[in-house]
Design a binder for this molecule. Structure first.
Ligand code: MN
Length: 267
């Protein structure tokens, strides 16, 4: 099995080394990660300048550092390494729960894999600097990889670890609350600046990713790329008859209908 490993904290993040070394137990690993931190870069790609990469070392493994975003790393890595089976992203230094998924570069790397037809898994943990705290989640990380890697039906999964994992829960994304706020704050010269701050969410719905992690479980959320609100679409389509096609689209539709009629009438 070929495993491409990336992250959004940058190639020198301790979380990347922990994930890459855990992945090495399951197959051939190649690390392709941003050369500098790209947290909250979400799914940005670098379209206006060329990308380049340089050989690097990640723990005991060889890797490449890229002057781009997490999504760039996956697109570049997959273009230069054939037969990638799965992309693993993380372990992010910080959780990616609920609506934080919209901003997450860690998850975006896994989404980029899914866009390219390969499975993607994102990993996040509430860890800042201290390396030893990874020791507490290593057994759970191995268990999650063992559970997810053989399962080809899971195309995109967001995994979050609590500080001391005790069991695994399948969850849904906590979407009801958003924890980002903008607050003003002056610099030493008195100029006004603004900062994003995160305020903890108090109300936690059962069976969500946030709920699982707060209860000490590893949260596994299966995701999909389709953002369509299918319930709303069905409601609208039932209520409002679709307007007739116009111009080019109408001609195309008529041509297709005629082709179908000819095929059906042919013996
Ligand atoms: Mn990050």
């Amino acid at each position: 099995m070929r495993l491409l490993v990336t992250n959004d904290d940058g190639i020198y993040s301790p979380g990347l080394a922990v994930l890459a070394e855990a992945a090495a137990a399951f197959g051939e690993v190649r690390v392709v990660a941003p050369n500098v931190e790209q947290s909250s870069a979400s799914h940005a790609i670098t379209a206006a300048r060329p990308l380049s990469w340089r050989a690097s070392v990640v723990g005991t493994l060889k890797g490449f550092r890229v002057n781009g975003t997490p999504a760039d790393c996956v697109a570049l890595g997959m273009s230069q390494w054939e037969g990638v089976d799965v992309v693993l992203s993380g372990i992010n230094l910080g959780l990616n729960l609920g609506n934080a998924m919209w901003h997450s570069g860690t998850l975006a790397a896994a989404k980029q894999a899914a866009l390219l037809g390969v499975r993607g898994v994102a990993f996040s943990a509430p860890i800042r600097e201290e390396q030893p705290s990874f020791e507490r989640i290593k057994p759970a990380l191995h268990a999650v990889l063992q559970r997810l890697l053989p399962d080809r039906s899971l195309t995109l999964v967001n995994v979050n670890f609590p500080p001391e994992p005790d069991g695994i829960r399948w969850t849904r994304q906590a979407v009801r609350h958003y924890d980002g706020y903008v607050v003003p704050g002056a610099d030493p010269a008195g100029r006004e600046h603004f900062w994003y701050v995160v305020r903890p969410i108090d109300q936690v719905e059962e069976d969500t990713d946030l709920w699982a992690v707060r209860n000490g479980c590893v949260s596994l959320t299966p995701l999909r790329l389709d953002l369509t609100d299918h319930e709303e679409l069905a409601r609208i389509q039932a209520r409002e008859p679709a307007p007739k096609l116009r111009g080019k689209a109408r001609a195309e539709s008529a041509r297709k209908a005629a082709d179908t009629a000819i095929e059906e009438s042919e013996p």
